[in-house]
Ligand binder design. Structure first.
Ligand code: PXP
Length: 261
């Protein structure tokens, strides 16, 4: 399958829209509204380059049925679906049957509120290899959600991942706390990590905690091919509507590359 890569040619990173928290809102009442698949369609119609959804083991937001319907929508619209999942057998089986364009393997801990920290690829190297091999042979691109740490990047290349997605949560938190020194240190790691990953043949993505305020420094990193953004966009959509929130995010991402949208 080929995807529209206009944004790459324009040198703007692709925007993957994570719609998990539309499901969080729906599940607060246990009904069918708001539907994350409707949100995905609206996002696609308003400039999303991809849709991202995390099927958690506890199914706290996205459900198996949502994921099926998202895959049908994405295939119909020729838009990549990026399925986030823990490296466990149950999820691997679901991904093998679903055949999403990409699988992003994330660490998962039932007590956490969100994905805290990156995957320890070094530590779980041996258990990752068979999952990655199976999913790659099934034609999904494999992304590993890691901290921009040289050893984790090396290990990601050694397990034959296609992509590393660098966790931007610590950068976002440091800025929120007004700790510019720490934010700059983390930004440097995110920049250096991109160079290392790229030299090892890995595509570079970023995600977590990105907002209008912090996205430009990340989108400006030359190796950044894709940003996956969810919570902030869905939150802003409550105030401005999803199309306006997406346009504003894309405008910041383009501005980071010196392009006026
Ligand atoms: N990328 C990955 C791998 C994630 O786990 C998440 C959060 O689910 C995101 C991106 C999006 O983060 P946020 O919702 O903070 O924008």
């Amino acid at each position: 399958m080929t995807y529209n890569n206009d944004n790459v040619e324009m040198r703007i990173p692709r925007l993957g829209v994570n719609i998990d928290h539309v499901a969080t809102l729906r599940n607060a009442r246990g009904g069918i509204h708001p539907d994350p698949v409707d949100a995905a369609l609206l996002a696609i119609e308003n400039g999303a380059d991809g849709i991202t959804a995390h099927l958690r083991e506890d199914r706290r937001h996205i459900t198996d049925d949502d994921l099926q319907r998202l895959q049908i929508l994405c295939l119909e619209k020729n838009i990549p679906l990026n399925m986030e999942m823990a490296a466990v057998e149950e999820m691997a089986e679901i991904a093998l049957a679903l055949k999403p364009h990409a699988v992003c393997i994330v660490p998962e801990n039932r007590e956490e509120r969100t994905t805290e920290g990156g995957l320890d690829v070094v530590g779980i190297h041996n258990s990752l290899v068979p999952i990655i091999t199976q999913l790659s042979e099934n034609n999904s691109r494999i992304s590993l959600f890691i901290e921009a740490n040289p050893k984790q990047i090396e290990a990601s290349a050694s397990v034959n991942a296609d992509i590393v997605e660098f966790h931007t949560g610590a950068y976002a938190h440091a800025l929120d706390d007004g700790n510019t020194l720490l934010a700059n240190t983390i930004l440097k790691q995110l920049q250096d990590g991109a160079k290392q990953a790229s030299e090892l043949g890995l595509e570079v993505h970023y995600g977590h905690g990105l907002t209008y305020e912090n996205v430009e420094a990340i989108a400006a990193i030359p190796e950044a091919m894709e940003l996956n953004i969810g919570h902030f966009i869905i939150g802003e959509a409550l105030f401005t509507g999803l199309p306006a929130a997406l346009l504003r995010m894309r405008t910041h991402m383009a501005a980071a590359r010196g392009i006026l949208l």
